[in-house]
Design a protein around this ligand. Structure first.
Ligand code: SME
Length: 174
């Protein structure tokens, strides 16, 4: 295991501990963005967009203020949300439709959050370096998004207010 993998294993254990037993999606997104932003080198933005009312809306993040609403299919985030496929962009200036929230960003990775086949949102990371993200980042950030997605499942079994997005409704079972 190389140092990049070892660092990610540490982040995974932190994310697991912080989200354990917690079903509030916003709280979990907030802590995950903080763990990842503080735990990875050469990152200038890490955060979430949440799918609601047929578009992506800014969620918890770390970094500079960002654009609030992104239409499905637009930019790197909208592409990931629409295709449900990870987007790794080595040079954002070459990506047709890229939405520049922070002029310092030169490369980007976006992981879709998919629950029961439905897009719940995306996890977006930006870097001031070109080609910052590789297959290892995609693999481990997907694991982190899977941990988050599993906490959303836990919500359906809790007695708390059900999470209701416009394409996914998780009813309480009690
Ligand atoms: N660059 C993204 C927009 C979000 S910011 O990077 C925070 C995009 O093209 O979708």
């Amino acid at each position: 295991m190389n140092t990049q993998q070892q660092n990610y294993e540490l982040l995974i254990s932190q994310v697991t501990a912080l989200t354990q037993g917690e079903s509030d999606m916003i709280a979990n997104m907030a802590n995950i963005s903080a763990v990842v932003f503080n735990g990875l080198a050469d990152i200038n933005w890490a955060g979430f967009y949440i799918y609601k009312q047929s578009q992506l809306v800014l969620g918890p993040f770390q970094g500079s203020p960002a654009c609030i609403r992104i239409p499905m299919g637009r930019g790197v985030c909208g592409s990931a949300a629409e295709t449900q496929e990870i987007q790794v962009v080595n040079n954002v200036h070459d990506f047709a439709g890229h939405i520049a929230c922070d002029a310092a960003s030169n490369s980007e990775i976006v992981i879709p959050i998919v629950k029961n086949g439905q897009t719940v949102g995306v996890f977006d990371l930006d870097s001031p370096s070109f080609s910052r993200f590789d297959g290892c980042d995609a693999e481990y950030l997907s694991k982190i998004v899977d941990i988050l997605a599993n906490t959303i499942l836990a919500d359906s079994q809790s007695t708390e207010t059900p999470l209701v997005l416009d394409n996914i409704s998780l009813e309480t079972t009690v």
